[in-house]
Design a protein around this ligand. Structure first.
Ligand code: UFG
Length: 336
């Protein structure tokens, strides 16, 4: 029988990429998702179990039904602005939900976990590139919820022998090379899908650029955009890593290369014959000027090498948003 892996949040943007990758690697991805933000249609590579991390009985049922060898936990609320308005939602889902998952794993004797964490645990960076030794000082409830979830996982590793890898993503972006899965949030708050939507649908109006007076080279915020396919690869390596390593481990996932909002816009306009139009708005509250990862630890310890840069991210996202009919207009490239 093929090994089974539980993918909490497997109907979401990154989780669905992961399921495809797991299936290709010969594993059976069992998606556990409440479909609050995920899409039933994104679950194509293994069974879908509709359930909620806040309902322990849903979890017990899925652990009883499948011979699970490990868990990948993507299920979370993940909008920074929303988290500031509704901290209870974030703390309950992301912290209590993770605790329930840990208890279900413990009861079932499943001892390996890969947890989706975020650069938001660092808050406003004290230095850049940010390495894993940088203090965690989250500045919004989303970052706080992920930091608290990490600490719960650490405690379970220390007390109960759980093996866990927390992967702190910088700015996840891009779409599947075959165009099968991509980023579809509603509402969409992220830069790249917003630029592409505005380019493809001019009636949406110009894309809003939040702030041009940051202390960066061109005044707009700098981020480290990392392709979902590179994220998925890191998860596979993390699963392997836990076969040989006990305990709790944290790795940043980014390219180490920053791109400003203005650079992302210009590169997208170059791909889309000048579209979209843009308009500068005031700063968005809570945006640090620069977030760039040092991913040296993941490279050296997991043997992870991100293959895609911004060009490949933008082309794949554009193709996914356009649909395959216009794929020929923007042929795929890999940056490295
Ligand atoms: N931006 C715009 N216009 C938009 C959307 C975004 O100018 O329509 C700007 C933002 O102000 C920011 C940059 O583009 O300067 C990137 O914004 P995103 O919303 O795409 O991504 P964030 O950097 O805010 O968010 C990412 C992750 C979060 C994580 C956060 C850590 O998606 O999960 O980094 O700060 F919490």
């Amino acid at each position: 029988m093929k090994p089974h892996v539980l993918v909490c949040g497997g109907a979401g943007y990154i989780g669905s990429h992961m399921c495809k990758r797991l299936a290709r690697a010969g594993l059976v991805p069992v998606t556990f998702d409440n479909l609050a933000t995920g899409h039933r249609s994104a679950v194509q590579w293994g069974p879908l179990e509709i359930g909620d991390l806040l309902h322990p009985a849903d979890l017990s049922a899925v652990f009883a039904r499948y011979p699970l060898q490990a868990v990948l936990h993507f299920a979370a609320r993940s909008l920074v602005g929303e988290s500031a308005r509704e901290p209870a939602l974030y703390l309950r889902n992301n912290v209590t939900g993770t605790l329930n998952l840990l208890d279900a794993m413990r009861s079932a004797g499943v001892g390996k976990l890969v947890f989706s964490s975020t650069a938001a645990v660092y808050g406003n960076p004290l230095y850049t590139p940010i390495d894993e030794a940088h203090p965690a000082q989250p500045i919004n409830p989303y970052g706080l919820s992920k930091w608290l979830a990490e600490q719960q996982i650490r405690a379970y590793c220390e007390a109960y022998g759980l093996r866990a890898v927390c992967l702190r993503y910088f700015n996840a972006a891009g779409a599947d090379a075959d165009g099968e899965t991509g980023e579809a949030h509603e509402p969409e708050t992220h830069l790249i899908p917003n630029i592409i939507r505005a380019a493809l649908t001019p009636s949406l109006g110009p894309v809003k650029l939040f702030g041009n007076d940051y202390p960066t080279a061109d005044g707009t915020c700098v981020r480290d955009y990392i392709h979902v396919e590179d994220l998925a690869q890191a998860h596979l390596l993390a699963l392997d890593y836990m076969n040989g390593q006990a305990g709790f481990h944290v790795f940043n996932l980014g390219t180490g290369q920053g791109n400003s909002v203005a650079e992302v816009l210009a590169q997208c306009q170059a791909l889309c014959a000048g579209a979209p139009a843009s308009e500068t708005q005031p700063r968005r509250p809570g945006d640090p000027a620069t977030l760039v990862a040092s991913a040296t630890l993941a490279r050296e310890t997991l043997g992870w090498t991100p293959r895609h840069g911004l060009d490949s991210i933008l082309r794949s996202a554009l193709r996914w948003h356009q649909g395959s009919a216009t794929a020929a207009a923007c042929p795929p490239t890999a940056d490295r």
